[in-house]
Design a protein around this ligand. Structure first.
Ligand code: NCD
Length: 312
């Protein structure tokens, strides 16, 4: 298919066809990272700006590597070191970047909706690298790719998201993504960390982990996002870990051959034991490798030569 969108803002607004196009493009880019010379000239002359207002290791470095491997020029702006600290508005900062003729802005922001707002007023492509509690589209795409490598028929599998559903943009993007691909979706966590009426999302809600894991092919462990919790939502970390932590024993409750994903960063010993994180069921390293390929695919589809792409 011919890629038409200028931006990548959410999984919600992607069609199944668009998701498949990104996954196929990523598969074709995976080999670039295996070569001794890890570079292709595809985006030579393009400029990609990474603007991260929240901490990030995986997402930021993999976008940076992805754009470097495609030969684009890139620069990273940490909001704490920008003129935002002097009172400049985000829109003015972005206008400044536009005047320097950037081609893409990769943005992570603590406010939901900021990438959408910027995309409306910018000529440059805007890529959402995580906005508040809302979405983290490239994370869901790399997760789809990782799961598909193990289960080619996504419409035949059951995936269970475990833990801090309430604060997770990763789970929102993943629910849209796996639903579009036809998977059966479960969520499991303490009632205080599950949004109300979550059944309306077309997922099965569980409060007991053992019940949720029965019949599960993919266990997706979420980080306990303590930095986003304004009040105590569960008694103690110890109790949380006993009830919802994924350990080797717990893994046995799932289908045989079940795999385990985690978006990182992990709280070892809380939501996941080291035995599982470093064990044979974990696909966490594959998620990271696939992250580079997915971000190469997204940059390529959005910035590569294509006269049909929409402009604002
Ligand atoms: C996630 C995020 O920032 O939303 N991390 C990531 O991008 N790999 C998940 C998290 O922080 O728990």
């Amino acid at each position: 298919m011919i890629w038409k969108s200028k931006d990548l803002l959410s999984i919600e607004e992607l069609s199944k066809n668009e998701i498949e196009t990104i996954l196929e493009t990523a598969v074709s880019f995976k080999s670039v990272s295996e070569r001794t010379v890890k570079k292709v000239p595809t985006l030579r002359g393009k400029t990609v700006v990474l603007f991260f207002q929240e901490p990030s290791t995986r997402t930021r470095t993999s976008f940076e590597l992805a754009s470097k491997r495609l030969s684009a020029d890139n620069l990273t702006i940490q909001s704490s070191a920008s003129s935002l600290t002097k009172g400049e508005t985000l829109l003015d900062t972005m206008k400044t970047l536009e005047s320097m003729k950037i081609d893409a802005l990769v943005i992570r922001h603590s406010c939901s909706g900021i990438p959408h707002l910027l995309a409306q007023s910018m000529q440059a492509s805007v890529i959402n690298a995580g906005d508040g509690f809302h979405e983290h589209p490239t994370q869901a795409l790399l997760d789809l790719l990782t799961v598909r490598e193990n289960h080619p028929h996504l419409d035949q599998l059951t995936i269970t998201f475990v833990g801090d559903i309430l604060h997770s943009r990763v789970v929102r993007s993943n629910i849209y993504a796996f639903k579009k691909m036809g998977a059966r979706i479960r969520v499991c966590g303490p009632p205080t960390l599950l949004p109300k009426d979550f059944e309306k999302w077309g997922v099965e809600v569980f409060y007991h982990l053992d019940a949720a894991l029965q019949g599960t092919d993919v266990i997706y462990v979420l980080r306990l996002q303590l930095e986003r919790q304004k009040k105590n939502l569960f008694p103690t970390l110890r109790e949380y870990s006993q009830l919802y932590g994924i350990t080797s024993d717990r893994l046995l409750k799932a289908n045989s051959g079940a795999i385990v994903l985690h978006p990182g960063p992990m709280n070892r010993g809380i939501e996941i034991s080291s035995g599982v994180a470093d064990g044979s069921a974990a696909r966490i390293d594959d998620q990271v490798s696939n992250g580079v390929a997915i971000r190469m695919a997204v940059l390529y589809l959005l910035l590569g030569e294509n006269p049909e792409r929409r402009t604002p």
